[in-house]
Design a protein around this ligand. Sequence first.
Ligand code: SAM
Length: 201
Amino acid sequence: MRTKFKAWTKPYIDEHSEYSLADEEISSLDDFYLEIGSGKGDFIIQMSEKYPNRFFLGVEKNVTCAGITLKKIVEKELKNVKFLFRDGAEVIRLLKNHSVNKIYLNFSDPWPKKRHSKRRLTSVSFLEEYKRILKSDGKLVFKTDDLDLFNFSLEMFNETGFKIISSTYDYDGSDPDDAVTEYQTKAIEKGMSIKRAVLGL
Ligand SMILES: C[S@@+](CC[C@H](N)C(=O)[O-])C[C@H]1O[C@@H](n2cnc3c(N)ncnc32)[C@H](O)[C@@H]1O
């Protein structure tokens, strides 16, 4: 599903730098919750409202999605969120070792072609970086409706030494440390099952 380009989003993002962070600030973050690929923001907004004592960082590289999410954050005046219109790979590189409590990957782009597999957010190079930035008791939480991506990811978790805390092909949405995303709503409407895994180090 492609998001139709909206011209207002880039100027809006530029006007609302109060929710962004400079590289040095990204590098000094500690004790926070990271979502890569926030889409239109349903997850990070619900989670930041549900857990006001947690600090959330959202990252989204699509300008229209980033603008839509940021507008919701600005309108709700959320105090425990920062949001970056950037590529997650770039942001992760800036983060310091063992600084993240949880990394959430929700309905990440599947990149089904083999030649694009390195772009998947659960490919080995990303997972090695997640291991570096997660706290020793940190978790990676991965949710998707894409069976091939899920199976690929389970293999990669195993290859990189992540421990599977839980894994299901039919997630019922009952974990309190979770919120429904835009893609999840669409998948449920289509009768698709949700796959979800929680990983530790
Ligand atoms: C399929 S959508 C899912 C959106 C949302 N998480 C949901 O569940 O509804 C995947 C999103 O991840 C973003 N994305 C993919 N790779 C990314 C990356 N390397 N850095 C930041 N965002 C990324 C895409 O632009 C897209 O908005």
